[in-house]
Design a protein around this ligand. Sequence first.
Ligand SMILES: C[S@@+](CC[C@H](N)C(=O)[O-])C[C@H]1O[C@@H](n2cnc3c(N)ncnc32)[C@H](O)[C@@H]1O
Length: 304
Amino acid sequence: MLMATHADIETTYTFIDVPLRVNFGECFDFECAYYGDDPTLSVWDAQRNKHRATLAWLGFRPGERVLDVGCGWGPMVRAVRDAGGHGVGITLSTRQVAACQRLGLSDVHLMDWRDLEPERLGTFDGVVSHGAFEHFCSVDEWRSGRQLDVYRAFFRRCGAVLRPGRRLHLQTMCWGPNRVPFEDISFDGPPDGAPYLVALMAKFYPNAWLPDGPDQVTAAAEAEGFRRIDLLDGREDWIRTLHDWKPYRRKRSVRKVLNALRWLPRYLASPDFRRMVECGDRFANLVLLEREVLHHHRYLFERP
Ligand SMILES: C[S@@+](CC[C@H](N)C(=O)[O-])C[C@H]1O[C@@H](n2cnc3c(N)ncnc32)[C@H](O)[C@@H]1O
């Protein structure tokens, strides 16, 4: 297995497409918001704050083109458009492409970043990637020592479409100081234990292996000629985002019930699928961030 495959990504994002759109609206961020030390901000304001801050970090000016790698349901592409620019998104989820088309975000494509080249989508004044990097390296790639190569390939592809002197903003989780050794990841222990919760996340995001941390991500970027000009710790913000989402996740709706009925045969037939559901029910991501098994950062890189 070379990477989190298109089918893996489709499974995850098709499963959550309807419930998340019901919970959070049609054009939502499925990633860490940016509260900027403001205790009064709602999660929605903090997401808008992140869009504004990201464009400022990129040095964006109206009329410019910005690429979002792993654009999800389109919030950053829309923010670029609303700020007077042209946003282009790529994703491996057909549901997300359809959601973006419904919002009038027509320059969103079903495309792997591995196929990025200037001849296909042109060049850009900025590149954004929020919450997608976590998918890029597979367990097999990590085990065979190719993780850095995968990340280098990502920065090389981005560098090829980014104009000189311009910036790339990246948000990603990584392993934290209390990471669970690979051999210990299992469903054998207690369900509230870190090994069990990491095993649940591996079912939710199949074939994905996280980066070690900022040193590795930065080394990959620098090896491809990027210069890191900022690094922010995003763990507290990600924890707050996940807490703030909780009440919305409980929203009741007929669409959610009908969607659950559609997935019922798979739920009954597939133990892996039941684990995906359990992952959400146990708030595995949140608990693991709180215990520092996982961590999160925001990076700003510049292409000389
Ligand atoms: C957690 S979602 C984040 C979505 C969005 N950036 C946000 O902040 O809401 C991860 C995204 O990464 C995309 N993705 C994962 N691997 C990819 C790849 N190899 N090429 C392009 N997109 C990818 C998925 O399709 C999905 O859109």
